[in-house]
Design a protein around this ligand. Structure first.
Ligand code: DSN
Length: 441
């Protein structure tokens, strides 16, 4: 392979940030090149991933990585932070403007850190939190027994309504009667809205009503849909929630990291919980990259992008249904599709499907579906998303093709030659839709 051309023949010169990654460390450069090839010659359908812009990646790799800056702008524990203060202020200003929030904290290293910092800021150990159960679509930090959050706080979990195959009364939707009943019974101090494997729009208004009825605070974990909210494709929870948390690298298309928005009355407590409560020195290079992403998300072209993400997801769900997959809740309204594999093939598990698709150049993740009889390691479901490949330029027709390639790969999963044929078709699709060519157009 030439040093400037990927395995699939894609020139990396002038069309990608690849050149800036070349280091004098041959082993690492080789690995970076392999990952460049993987990301640009296979399909990235993991719902929580995206392709960050070259500007976001440049800021992530900037000189700011050298600087220690414990504290906040104007109140640091180290000298030399004049410039860093302005960078962090810029990120905070752009973020509050983007979502119309009172206060922003841009230091959380991840969404999990952001969530735990909120719990620490607003609650005492042992307080009750009402949140969505992991196996119904919630996140680990929403009180999964495997997460330290469940050891510190007392979680009560809500779920989704039972499955219903009549399209006029879809099931597997957040069960607001259950949320209200549990809230009245357990009187949580905090209610958490938001999910990690839920393909429908989450309306913040009914959560606010229930929180008010029981005197609870409301946190909206918008990790997955932050970009859809910023682009105006989903409702903004900021006017309803006391606190909103999110990651910056999913639909928001920024660097890996987290952020918190809150009402002014909680600002001091939230800031203290992030630093020094949870973290030490902030990653100012990541904060600079967040600032870049917040500016990008404020552009009209970003709204066009998020609208297309949702249109693609709807087209993808229809095409997958035509191939014989059952779509959990019967539809999607965001960037992801949660697929129940059992009707396509009763023997096919999420684990086997994910591995077969990997061999065909289609990257997905297995996922439990509501009331999944299989374990979280095996699963009966697959979660796919359109955020990344929409950035690369795929539209509804291409997602219909992807659904058909997925079905072929899964039907012929034991036939290496068939998987290789799908892999070649995937590579040719990816060759026509390279995200780093799209970005520079
Ligand atoms: N749960 C991860 C995901 O949605 O992929 C994020 O923490």
């Amino acid at each position: 392979m030439s040093s400037r051309t990927s395995k699939k023949g894609i020139s990396t010169v002038g069309s990608s940030p690849f050149d800036s990654w070349i280091t004098n460390d041959e082993e690492l450069t080789s690995l970076l090149r392999q990952e460049w090839d993987r990301q640009t010659s296979t399909l990235q359908l993991i719902a929580s991933e995206n392709f960050a812009s070259p500007a976001v990646m440049a800021a992530t790799g900037s000189i700011l990585t050298n600087k220690y800056a414990e504290g906040y702008p104007g109140r640091r524990y180290y000298g030399g932070n004049q410039v860093v203060d302005e960078v962090e202020d810029l990120a905070r200003r752009r973020l509050t403007a983007l979502f119309g929030a009172d206060h922003a904290n841009v230091q959380p290293h991840s969404g999990a850190n952001a969530n735990v910092a909120v719990y620490q800021a607003l609650l005492e150990a042992g307080d009750t939190i009402l949140a969505m159960r992991l196996d119904q679509g919630g996140h680990l930090t929403h009180g999964s027994p495997a997460s330290m959050t469940s050891k510190i706080w007392n979680f009560v979990s809500y779920g989704v309504t039972p499955r219903c195959d009549d399209p006029s009364t879809p099931g597997e939707l957040i069960d607001f009667d259950n949320v209200r009943e549990l809230a009245l019974r357990h009187r949580p101090k905090l209610i958490v809205a938001g999910a990690t494997a839920y393909a429908r729009r989450i309306d913040p208004a009914p959560f606010r009503e229930i929180a008010d009825e029981v005197g609870a605070m409301l946190m909206f974990d918008s990790a997955h849909v932050a970009g859809l909210i910023a682009g105006g494709s989903h409702p903004n929870p900021v006017p309803y929630a006391d606190v909103v948390t999110f990651t910056t690298h999913k639909t928001l298309r920024g660097p890996r990291g987290g952020a918190i928005l809150c009402r002014e009355e909680y600002a001091k407590k939230i800031d203290s919980a992030v630093f020094p409560g949870q973290q030490g020195g902030p990653l100012e290079h990541a904060i600079a990259a967040k600032a870049v992403a917040f500016k990008e998300a404020a552009q009209p072209s970003f709204s066009q992008y998020t609208d297309q993400v949702v249109k693609n997801s709807i087209a993808f769900a229809h095409a997958l249904a035509r191939e014989g997959f059952r779509i959990v809740s019967g539809a999607t309204e965001n960037h992801m599709v949660l697929v129940d594999l059992r009707e396509f093939d009763a023997e096919l598990t999420g684990k086997v499907a994910q591995e077969a698709l990997d061999r065909a150049g289609i990257t997905t993740n297995r996922n439990t579906i509501p009331d999944d009889p299989r374990s979280a390691f095996i699963t009966s479901g697959l979660r796919v998303g359109t955020a990344a490949e929409t950035t690369a330029g795929l539209r509804e027709d291409e997602f219909a093709t992807v659904a058909s390639l997925m079905a072929t790969a899964l039907r012929e999963r034991d036939d290496d030659a068939a998987l290789e044929r799908v892999r070649n078709e995937v590579a040719s699709l990816c060759g026509a839709f390279n995200p780093y060519v799209t970005f520079t157009k």
